[in-house]
Ligand binder design. Structure first.
Ligand code: SAH
Ligand code: MG
Length: 947
């Protein structure tokens, strides 16, 4: 099997399989025969007349020159083969052959290999190089039989790997291989080269039969075709574009490329490794740097070899980046070449979007991040057929990447087996009709991908995309089935990506149209969450792609006269203004900033305003924004303002990102332009509290608070509830999921942003039919301060105020207590707040520090959350609440959630339940009349029309 090139010597590789060991020793003399064994799967249920299932099992016979063995039976052919090979390996005591690991051995092998390529025998093989030989043998005159050395370097795996052992630099520089080949050719004696030229040919003549049969072999069926290729200029200011190559069986494609590269002939064209998948023919072609051979000839020692050729200025950065190799001068990216698969020339277009797509797959090193637009601009094929037909990053990986960039959770792929034999017993691989949800970790997936189930089963895959708060944005499901689980997954991921792409072309789509827009592509959209998550600031993401030159010196000199100049991460921080509030964003904290971005031109210092956002929230340390923003923000404290300047990403990165609008953008000169950001840190939410609560309590404290409230609601048969400081509506939302006596629920908060979020969440839930079994008739959200009285919320059955008072100044909290019990007068009021005494336990669990460290620190215990203005001990809380109750004719009981009230230091969250005394004379409080007592602003309202 030609394509399975023997593992390259000297390259780190997995332990050889038994089959590979046999191959090493016997090559084609090892003969495997597979026998099919019919195997009846026994009836699982004796007595039931169910037709017996018959399945095939395989056994393998391996015939070697001096031994024959037969394996056990297996469900997969390959397992049977490996097993047979294993038996043979054991019987013969074969050990892995030591690779030619020393450079000297490799050098000798290289010389032998080069000679071996120029023989009659080689000419009749099916090696991809033979295609090149055939063209060369057709040439007339001086060039008869001469082939470019670069072709050997590019097409022969063996030569390539030997060169890498001799000189590890060959890995990144194709011209080193060329120099080694020419040296080896000189030594071999049977092969000819000319000084200073990169042609190589056979010393003596080929036999006429060999030439005859080789020329005869060629099928000459490729008529002249034009294929699209990509030109990647060396100069960064020149754009990447397409060009067309004329190829045919009779005309040498290397000649055509030489012409396009403006070099004399095909021997002056260097070829990169394949870009992307090893099985593709996509390679970069570029001119041989001048003076290459003379640069190296000074050394006579074959192993001391190549001195570093100084070609720095010629380095083609974009092409080098793409290939992971040093590429010099203008380069052409083309998909053309001879393959093992056929004697014909293989060629295919490489489109500009395919180029972008390849760039996108180049993410892992982290320093070059491409934007959402780049993923979307990279035109993906409409369908996924098989793994081997796919070029570049797989759709599933792209989708995961996309979700990460959008600050969404990893997508969930649910694979379902829809096997026709679903009900038959005995197929353990098949998980009947049950939908299993698996969050595929990469490793797991790659295991799955290679699993080739030998059954007639089919797989369907559903995809769900979630926000960071675990809300579903979209769900994809379709009836398409695939033979392989992995194909189903990749296909679905591709469909979802394609749909996103479609969506981003019409970002301004009204929310009402989203559902129908999704349904044509089998996508169920949850419009509110979806638009909330995806319509967010685009600019900060768009410029995520950083092709920023690491060398900032010329850039820095521009701003030399600025004081406070900090140069790092390819950015210049101009200044930080405002007093240090002492509250810093730190890793993991949710940070809210406002920012403005403008384009600044060097010559006129005029600013072109690009985008601003006055409330942009992101989590520090997740890579959700460009690293310059993060680097800037982490040097600031809340309320400070800063400006910084960054170099523009390279032009073609911008164009890749710009997608459709690339054409109009390309009119604008971006030369000498910089991006200036002005940033203000608005607030920082320390996630520690949540993390601690989640780490230590199951169910989480927040859930326990809800359950606590539900108990009191039901015990008291409350019909009306007001949640003071409802935040994003977590309590109200959970109440909709419980069966309670409630008919009316109201939330109040001063954060408009939280209320908007609450409105979206509640609205979505209420318009879904599933919650209609509750008796809730109306819900509303009000914007206002709970220290002010609003008569619309007077005399409710129950009031809740969970984890709110500590967010107010102490006097305000006390004011709220009075307003609540004196004016709002709920029958029951539940107030919860952290128990300060519990903090050491939370902090210990969060930091994992040992007990004795903690003794020292416990004196200086911090609050649980930066936004907390105070945290009370049990005594402080109880004293406050008791006095409050007495003042307003209420009784009070203390309780809590998290931990136990009987064990020190008490509950994690302490709760006071106030009850209005039955004697309490409500009517006396008579509502103050008129609008004057309606200070709250109604934000959102819902009434159940079906009740
Ligand atoms: N009760 C919610 C939110 C707690 S966070 C929950 O348990 O999840 C505290 C909330 O109190 C924030 O949303 C904040 O905006 C709100 N808040 C603080 N001071 C307020 C005031 N004076 N009036 C109304 N809401 C207030
Ligand atoms: Mg709190």
């Amino acid at each position: 099997m030609g394509t399975e090139a023997t593992p390259a010597a000297g390259i780190k590789k997995p332990v050889l399989t038994p089959k590979a060991l046999i191959h090493q020793k016997y090559g084609s003399r090892a003969c495997y025969r597979i026998e099919e064994v019919q195997h009846a799967v026994g009836n699982v249920c004796p007595g039931l007349v169910i037709q017996q299932q018959v399945r095939s099992l395989y056994r393998c016979c391996l015939d070697l020159p001096d031994l024959s063995v037969t394996s056990d039976t297996f469900t997969r052919k390959k397992d049977a083969e490996q097993s047979a090979a294993q038996i043979a390996v054991e019987k013969l005591g074969i050990q892995a052959k030591a690779n030619s690991s020393t450079p000297e051995e490799a050098w000798n092998e290289l010389v032998a290999r080069i000679s071996g390529l120029f023989t009659d025998e080689f000419l009749s093989s099916s090696h991809p190089l033979v295609g090149h030989f055939r063209v060369a043998l057709r040439k007339e005159g001086d060039l008869f039989g001469m082939i470019p050395m670069s072709v050997i370097a590019a097409c022969d795996v063996k030569v390539n790997s030997l060169c890498r052992i001799i000189d590890p630099k060959a890995e990144s520089d194709a011209h080193i291989i060329l120099l080694l080949i020419s040296k080896a050719a000189k030594v071999s004696g049977s092969v000819c080269i000319i000084d200073d030229k990169f042609w190589i040919w056979k010393g003596g003549p080929y036999s006429s039969e060999a030439i005859e049969s080789s020329l005869h072999h060629s099928s000459d069926c490729l008529e002249s075709v034009n294929i699209e290729a990509i030109r990647i200029p060396c100069a960064l200011e020149e754009e990447v574009g397409t060009l067309s190559l004329l190829v045919s069986d009779t005309k040498y494609y290397m000649d055509e490329i030489a012409k396009k590269l403006n070099v004399n002939n095909s021997s002056e064209v260097l070829i990169s490794k394949t870009v992307g998948k090893a099985s593709s023919e996509i390679k970069l072609y570029f001119p041989t740097p001048d003076g290459l051979l003379s640069a190296s000839d000074s050394s006579n020692d074959p192993l001391g070899i190549v001195g570093d050729v100084k070609m720095g200025p010629l380095l083609n950065k974009r092409a080098s980046y793409l290939s992971g190799q040093n590429i010099y001068g203008d380069a052409i990216l083309a998909n053309v070449g001879y393959t093992w698969r056929s004697t014909e020339l293989f060629c295919e277009d490489v489109s500009l979007s395919a180029y972008y797509r390849m760039l996108v797959s180049k993410l892992p090193d982290g320093s070059y991040k491409l934007s959402r637009e780049a993923i979307l601009a990279a035109e993906l094929p409409a369908v996924y057929t098989t793994r081997s037909n796919w070029k570049g990053s797989f759709p599933r990986d792209l989708l995961c990447l996309f979700c990460r960039q959008q600050r969404l959770l990893e997508p969930i792929f649910s694979v379902r087996n829809v096997n026709a034999l679903e009900s038959s017993p005995g197929f353990k691989e098949i998980n009947t009709s049950e939908l299993t949800e698996v969050q595929y970790a990469n490793e797991v997936l790659s295991g799955v991908l290679d699993r080739d189930l030998d059954t007639s089963s089919g797989f369907q895959c559903e995809v769900k995309i979630f926000s960071k708060r675990q809300e579903v944005l979209i769900e994809y499901s379709s009836a398409d089935t695939y033979r392989k689980e992995s194909d189903a997954i990749q296909s679905s991921a591709l469909k979802v990506l394609a749909w996103f792409k479609k969506y981003f072309k019409q970002l301004d789509m009204p929310m009402e149209e989203l559902s129908s827009f999704g349904s044509t592509d089998n996508i169920k959209v949850h419009p509110i969450i979806f638009s909330q998550e995806l319509a967010a600031s685009s600019f900060v993401y768009d410029f995520k792609q950083m092709y920023i030159t690491r060398n900032c010196s010329s850039f820095g000199s521009l701003f030399k006269n600025q004081s406070n100049l900090i140069l790092q991460n390819g950015m210049i921080l101009l200044n930080v203004e405002g007093p240090d509030s002492g509250v810093y964003p730190s890793s993991g904290s949710l940070t809210c900033i406002s920012y403005a971005a403008s384009l600044v031109r060097e010559e006129d210092t005029a600013k072109i305003f690009l985008e601003s956002n006055d409330e942009f929230e992101f989590e520090i340390g997740t890579g959700a924004v460009i690293n310059q923003i993060e680097a800037c923000v982490t040097q600031m404290s809340v309320n400070q303002v800063a400006q910084f300047v960054v170099e523009l990403p390279s032009r073609d990165m911008i164009l890749a990102a710009a997608g459709e609008s690339a054409n109009s953008l390309s009119q604008l000169s971006l030369r000498n332009c910089f991006l200036e950001f002005s940033v203000k840190v608005l607030c920082v939410t320390e996630p520690l509290e949540d993390r601690m609560e989640k780490a230590l309590f199951n169910p989480p404290l927040s859930k326990q608070r809800v359950e606590f409230a539900v108990r009191h609601i039901n015990e008291s048969h409350a019909a009306t509830l007001v949640d003071f400081g409802c935040g994003s509506g977590s309590l109200l939302d959970s109440l909709l999921e419980h069966t309670t006596s409630l008919e009316k629920i109201i939330g109040v908060d001063i954060s408009h942003k939280s209320l908007t979020r609450a409105a979206k969440i509640l609205h979505q839930k209420l318009t879904k039919n599933s919650v209609m079994q509750t008796c809730i008739r109306s819900t509303a959200l009000y914007d206002g301060s709970i220290t002010e009285f609003d008569s619309r919320l007077f005399g409710f059955d129950i009031g809740t105020c969970l984890e709110v008072i500590e967010h107010m100044e102490e006097d305000q909290a006390c004011l709220f207590g009075d307003v609540a019990l004196n004016l709002f007068c709920p029958r029951i009021l539940i107030i919860s707040t952290p128990n300060y005494e519990y903090n050491p336990i939370l902090q210990r669990s969060a930091s994992g520090t040992k007990e004795d460290d903690l003794e020292e620190k416990s004196g200086s215990c911090k609050f649980r959350n930066h936004d907390h203005k105070f945290e009370w001990t049990r005594e402080q809380f109880e004293q406050w609440a008791t006095n409050l109750a007495v003042r307003h004719d209420y009784s009070v009981q203390f309780s809590g959630v998290g931990g136990s009230g009987d064990v020190e230091p008490g509950f994690a969250s302490q709760i006071a339940v106030f009850r209005r005394n039955p004697s309490h004379w409500l009517e006396e409080k008579c509502l103050p009349d008129g609008d004057s007592s309606h200070p709250y602003e109604l934000v959102w309202e819902w009434t159940n029309k079906s009740l």
